[in-house]
Design a protein. Structure first.
Length: 246
C-alpha cells in the first residue's frame, strides 16, 4: 500500500471533500477491517495498523507495539493514511495526531480530513454487461435546425470506473470522436442512477447481415462525482464477484 504523489489535476479528479462521503468511506474501511498503512517522517517510514473507529470529527487508529514508532508518529508534522475502499486505493494527509485510548486499545486520534483521494485508475476491472440484465445510457444531444436537445438511449457492452463501451444503431444517435457529452445518465440496477460526463475516445462500425450498420464507441468518464463513483464501483465489484463465482 504505497502512497502516491498526485499532481494538481489528479487531486481535482480524485478528491472527495464532502464530509458525509468521507465519513461513509472511512466507516466502510473500519467495518471491513481493511489494513491501513500509516506513513510518517516525510513518508519514509510506515506502520501497518487498523482503523478502530470514525465519527464526524475524527478517527482512531491502533498504535504500534513499538513505542519508538509511536513516539515518532506523534512528533510528525504530516502523516499519510493509505487503505482500500471497494478495491480502490484511498489516501489522505493527516495532521495533529494525539495519543488516547479507544475501546480498550491504545490509539492515535486524527482529526477528520477535509479531503481524501480515491485513486481509481483507468486500467481498472472492466465488467461485461450480461444480456439478461442490460444497462442503458441516456445521452443528451443537440439535433436539427434550430438545434434542440434530444435524449438518445444507447446500450452498454461493458463498463468500468473509468469508462464504458457502447453499442447503437446508425440512426439512433450521431456521436463525434473527441467530443464531450455532459449529463449522461446510467441506471444501475438496485443501486440508483448516476450522471457522468464522457469523452468519445474511439469509434468503429460493424455491418450486419440485414445490411444495416451497428456502431460502437469507447467512452472515457471525466470528473465523476464521489457519490456516483461509489455506486459505479459497487456495480463493477458485484459484476466481478458474479464472474468469479461462474
Amino acid at each position: 500500500m504505497k502512497y502516491e504523489t498526485l499532481s494538481r489535476s489528479e487531486e481535482n479528479e480524485h478528491g472527495i471533500v464532502s464530509a458525509k462521503e468521507i465519513v461513509s468511506i472511512l466507516k466502510h474501511i473500519a467495518e471491513n477491517g481493511s489494513p491501513v498503512a500509516l506513513y510518517y517522517v516525510d513518508g519514509n517510514y510506515f506502520i501497518l495498523t487498523t482503523l478502530l473507529g470514525v465519527n464526524e470529527t475524527g478517527l482512531w487508529l491502533e498504535q504500534s507495539t513499538n513505542e519508538r514508532d509511536n513516539k515518532r508518529i506523534l512528533e510528525s508534522d504530516d502523516l499519510i493514511f493509505v487503505s482500500t475502499h471497494l478495491n480502490v486505493k484511498v489516501q489522505f494527509v493527516a495532521k495533529q495526531p494525539r495519543s488516547m485510548e479507544h475501546k480498550g486499545y491504545s490509539a492515535f486520534y486524527l482529526p477528520l480530513p477535509k479531503c481524501i483521494y480515491r485513486l481509481q485508475r483507468r486500467d481498472s476491472f472492466r465488467a461485461d454487461i450480461p444480456a439478461t440484465k442490460p444497462l442503458h445510457c441516456t445521452i443528451p444531444v443537440m439535433v436539427g435546425e434550430p438545434p434542440e436537445k434530444k435524449l438518445c438511449e444507447v446500450t452498454l457492452l461493458d463498463i468500468s470506473a473509468g469508462g464504458m463501451k457502447i453499442n447503437y444503431g446508425e440512426k439512433d444517435i450521431e456521436l463525434v470522436q473527441g467530443d464531450t457529452y455532459e449529463n449522461c445518465q446510467i441506471k444501475l440496477p438496485e443501486l440508483g442512477t448516476i450522471t457522468v460526463t464522457m469523452i468519445v475516445r474511439s469509434m468503429f462500425s460493424l455491418p450486419t447481415k440485414s445490411g444495416h450498420t451497428v456502431k460502437r464507441a469507447g467512452c472515457q468518464f471525466i470528473n465523476v462525482g464521489g457519490a456516483s463513483n461509489m455506486l459505479l464501483q459497487r456495480y463493477v465489484n458485484s459484476m466481478q464477484r458474479l464472474k468469479n463465482v461462474a
